[in-house]
Design a protein around this ligand. Structure first.
Ligand SMILES: [Zn+2]
Length: 355
């Protein structure tokens, strides 16, 4: 006869693959979430366009997404043990407090405590650019070296990963690559500065320069041969290259990655201009070649996957996975795993997660 577990019984042992986590990416206009198992395999995806206006509505959408993932996990014989959240905003250095989310209409919010109370699981929060950078770093199979990642969307963010860890900075603002000034003067930026990279390369920035209602219309016009649209994307690419040149002097990255759906949509125009500007303007040219600039591998789920990785294998304790030269495999760049068919998802391992 099997006795029911008493109050002092040992906790139930959960098989490694059944210990699952949710990674979510909360932006101003979208919510992406993934359910990831203990083998770093994405087993369920959620994508919501415009899930609500303002942080309160987005948190309600996040709760619903986590609930959906809990149901899916239970159906697979697992359970959600933690949630990693990538958020489009500036966080305190301890990542608990949302200082300002310009696109979330939120300021001075105790986000960590609120989410742990509502979701009733451990929650780890990171800036969306840093989470994306961590996801791309691990997707490239890296454990060492330096990767600088620009993320392009409603705003322009980024992250710098050094030997597996995101740079955080004294006040939590390291890696805000969209707010590197790339021109003298220029228009005012949401950050309070002027001439920031974001003004030239964000979705709204491209649309404004192209005189269209969306950045994807600029890309479509460029594909049709429109000289004005081609000029807008060339200017944006050159601005990225100039920002990358500054990074060479500051962190000497092994590779620079352009991530996010806008980067993938416009990559054929942004990459050549960025590479050319970096080659022309890079510092330290007497002693090093320019680092490669490539598209990310994770597509639009990069932030959510990076957030899942944050709780599945925290960077501070991440084990060394793979040695070797920190470069992606030839031809592998641009792989967008969300385009895989469901029957292939069993092979959807994070390359960095194989241990
Ligand atoms: Zn700025």
């Amino acid at each position: 006869m099997v006795e029911p577990p008493g109050p002092g019984a040992a906790p139930r042992r959960v098989p490694a693959l059944a210990r699952m986590v949710v990674g979510a990416d909360l932006g101003g206009t979208k919510l992406a979430a993934v359910l990831v198992d203990g083998a770093h395999t994405v087993v369920h995806r959620i994508w919501l366009d415009r899930p609500g206006a303002g942080l309160a509505a987005l948190v309600v959408a996040l709760e619903a997404a986590v609930s959906e993932c809990q149901v899916v996990a239970a159906g697979l014989g697992g359970e959600v043990g933690a949630v990693g959240l990538a958020v489009a905003g500036w966080l305190s250095a301890d990542r608990e407090h949302l200082v300002w989310g310009a696109n979330l209409s939120a300021r001075d919010h105790e986000l960590g405590a609120e989410l742990r109370g509502r979701l009733q699981v451990p929650v780890v929060i990171e800036n969306d650019g840093n989470a994306t950078a961590l996801g791309e770093f691990r997707a490239a199979g890296l454990s060492q070296g330096c990767m600088a990642v620009f993320t392009f969307g409603t705003g322009v963010g980024g992250g710098v990963i050094v030997d597996g860890r995101p740079l955080i900075g004294a006040r939590g603002l390291a890696g805000e690559l969209g707010h590197m000034p790339v021109t003298d003067g220029g228009g005012p930026c949401v950050c309070g500065g002027r001439g920031c990279l974001e003004l030239f390369t964000s979705g709204p920035g491209l649309a404004r320069a192209g005189g269209t209602s969306s950045s994807f219309e600029v890309v479509a016009a460029a594909r049709a041969g429109d000289a004005g649209a081609l000029g807008v994307l060339s200017t944006a690419g050159k601005a990225i290259g100039r920002a990358a040149a500054v990074l060479v002097a500051v962190v000497d990255p092994d590779i620079v990655v352009l991530a996010g759906s806008l980067a993938h949509a416009a990559g054929e125009y942004l990459l050549p201009a960025a590479r050319s500007a970096l080659a022309e303007e890079r510092p330290l040219r007497a002693v090093r070649l320019p680092p490669p600039i490539e598209l990310g591998r994770l597509g639009r789920d990069a932030g959510a996957i990076g957030a899942a990785e944050l709780v599945l294998d925290p960077p501070a304790s991440a084990s060394v996975r793979r040695s070797g030269h920190p470069r992606p495999a030839p031809g592998a760049q641009g792989r967008a795993i969300e385009h895989m068919s469901p029957e292939h998802r069993g092979a959807e391992h994070m390359p960095g997660g194989t241990r």
